[in-house]
Every structure is written in C-alpha cells, then in structure tokens.
Design a protein around this ligand. Structure first.
Ligand code: UDP
Length: 349
C-alpha cells in the first residue's frame, strides 16, 4: 500500500516510516523540515535498505498540497504527523500553531476529498483529556474532553472536531485519531531517535543529554504533587510500539475493519511512571547516577495521567510490548550513537 506520511522526517514519523516499510508498504514523505532533519531519510534507508520518496514543502500551501495529490493518484492512505508541538511556544505564538496545525489538516482533507483518497490517521494526544478526575484513571476514550490548557492542545481538540464534522458530511472519508500518551525511546538500531533542536522541552531527551554531559543538570519540575513520590506521573510509550499502532490503524482502514467512520484510540501502555521512576530507569540503563535537582513546578503540568488501553488492545489488535527500561535503554543507546558520530545525523552542539 502506498501511504503519504506527513512529518515523516520527525521523531514519530520517521520511526513509523521504518515500521511501514518493513511491513512492505510504500511511503511518500512530505515534510517542510521546520523541526526535523533530512538525514532522517538516510537513517531510514540504513535501517530498511530502501529510501522513501520525499518531497519538501509546507502543507499550509494549498496549491502545493493539491499539486502533490494530483501527481500521486495511487496513495491509499495518509498518516498526518506534521505539526508544531511545543506547549510553551504555542502560548507565545498561538497563531503560528493555529495556522500550521489546522490549515495543513484542512488542505489535506480538501485534497483527499477531491482526489478520492479515503483514509487518514491523525496524530492526536492525551492532552485532550486535560487533568483527569481521580475516578477517570486509567483514562479511557470515553472520558470527557477538557478545555485545553494551551493553544497546542487546542489545535488537537479542534482538529478532532474538524475530522468528526468532515466524516459526517463526506461519506468517503474514514478517520482514525490516535491519542498518544508520552512517546519516548528510539529504534533498536540506534540509527534513529528523538533529536530536538536546541534545549529539549521534554523529559527523556533532557535526561539522555544530561547523561551524556550536554546539559549539566536535569531540573525536576516539582516533587510536592499528590503522587507517591511527589513527582508527576505519565504513561511513557516506546516509539516503536507507537509506530506499530499506526501500521495497525492504516491496515484496519484498508481492510475495511472500521466499525464507524471516525474512530479514536488511546495509545499508551496502561502503566504510569513518575519523573523520578523514569530517572531511575535511565540510571540503570546508563549504569551511573544522573545529575538532577528538584526545582519549582512547571506551569500547566498535568499531575497524573495514564491510559486505559483496553479498547485499543481489543479493537485495534495492538498492545504496547516494551517496558520502561527498554525505553530508557534505547534512548540512551541512540544518544550515545548520535553524539559519537555513529549515525547519519550531523552532530550539533
Ligand atoms: N519534566 C521535568 N523536567 C524537564 C522536562 C520535563 O521534570 O526538564 C517533567 C514534567 O514536569 C512532566 C514530565 O517530566 O511531569 C513529562 O514532561 P514532558 O514535557 O516530557 O511531557 P508532558 O508534560 O507533555 O506530558
């Protein structure tokens, strides 16, 4: 099957491309390289032995999107990753987020309608649940959607609404929205992994960079929360497990297995780990203590959330398999390989 993967040079997109190609699917990547690197294509080729097709353009440009679909008439499905994702930046530059994340989706849907491409998998997020009430944990897809804490989160909520309204109007359209929990880790080859530009916002790349000595000290944002060790709890999921969930989703659509035109699945392990537990798992992987200090809370942080993945396990036929220790180990192997110049990526300071 030929699949368009938007954002396919990014963190989750590149790992999913590897998994799709290894399952025998053909991938065309569209990416503007706003927040990713073209070397991801080399890395994908190193792992799979094949280079995915690639076009570099901005999906908010409707002329280019239309032109793309007019030339690729054999595309059977779309996985739409391309989006901005930094919570803090979205607060300071909301219009950048609304334009990029929503206009690109609308352009893609218009072209899918025009060129009769029926299936799209959308990257959504557990951020749509906000801070779950205690009796909603673990959180299922039926839990209420809460008002978004930031413009980034709001773009995910609005996008789900755009998709739901679209399937109601256009009978040829099928949508699966995957609500990711916290993707971490790297491909087992250590040729691909998470590589943020600049200072990482997310926990795991900050941990691995601190472990390698790129950052001096990890700041743990608060240990006075209502959790067993006082630090917030997340459902960390290995990026290769997440990649497999996308393959399951596109194959479900292609095989006509959907129960309704718009389906939503939680993609998590069902287990929650605190920030300190994630650090301790990393310390086991690296074999040395991590330099960290407790500082004040980060504004807007969720205290605890983890998935009820039972609907996804039963209905999508997918289950996360890798443990937290496999996540931190693979993230560490990737960080070392990258820093030591053993990957296709140029080493940046
Ligand atoms: N975190 C931290 N220090 C950091 C980055 C993150 O203590 O430098 C904590 C953060 O407060 C949260 C958890 O790690 O409790 C996961 O944060 P991340 O930004 O990776 O994911 P999100 O908050 O979006 O779930």
């Amino acid at each position: 099957m030929k699949i368009l993967v938007t954002g396919g040079t990014g963190y989750i997109g590149s790992h999913t491309t590897v998994e799709l190609m290894q399952k025998g699917h053909e991938v065309v990547i569209v990416d503007a390289l706003f927040n990713s690197r073209a070397e991801a294509l080399d890395a994908i080729e190193t792992i799979t032995g094949k280079r995915p097709e690639f076009e570099q353009f901005d999906l908010t440009d409707n002329t280019k999107v239309d032109d793309f679909f007019s030339r690729h008439t054999d595309i059977k499905g779309v996985i739409h990753f391309a989006a901005h994702k930094a919570v803090g930046e979205s607060v300071n530059e909301p219009l950048k987020y609304y334009r990029n994340n929503l206009v690109s989706l609308i352009n893609i849907l218009e072209s899918m309608k025009k060129y009769k491409v029926g299936n799209i998998v959308f990257s959504s997020s557990c951020t749509v649940y906000g801070e779950p009430d205690a009796d909603n944990l673990p959180i299922s897809e039926k839990a209420p959607i809460k008002k978004a804490e930031c413009p980034y989160g709001n773009t995910k909520q609005i996008a789900e609404e755009v998709l739901e309204d679209s399937v109601n109007a256009y009978k040829t359209l099928n949508v699966i929205a995957l609500r990711y929990f916290n993707p971490v880790g790297a491909h087992e080859s250590a040729q691909l992994g998470e590589l943020p530009f600049g200072v990482p916002n997310n926990l795991m790349p900050y941990i691995t960079q601190t472990g390698y000595g790129i950052r001096q000290c990890l700041k743990v944002f608060g240990n006075d929360y209502d959790t067993p060790d006082g630090t917030p709890i997340r459902d960390y999921i290995h990026v290769m497990d997440l990649a497999k969930a996308h393959v399951a989703a596109v194959e479900r659509m292609a095989n006509g297995k959907m129960k309704k035109q718009f389906e939503v699945f939680n993609v998590g392990t069902g287990k929650g780990y605190s920030v300190l537990e994630a650090i301790h798992s990393f310390e086991k992987a690296s074999g040395k203590p991590l330099n960290y200090e407790i500082v004040g809370r980060r504004a807007g942080d969720i205290v605890k959330i983890w998935a009820d993945p039972s609907f996804t396990n039963n209905e999508l036929g997918w289950k996360a398999e890798r443990s937290i220790d496999e996540m931190t180990k693979s993230a560490w192997e990737w960080e070392k390989a990258y820093r030591q110049g053993k990957t296709k990526f140029k080493v940046e300071e």
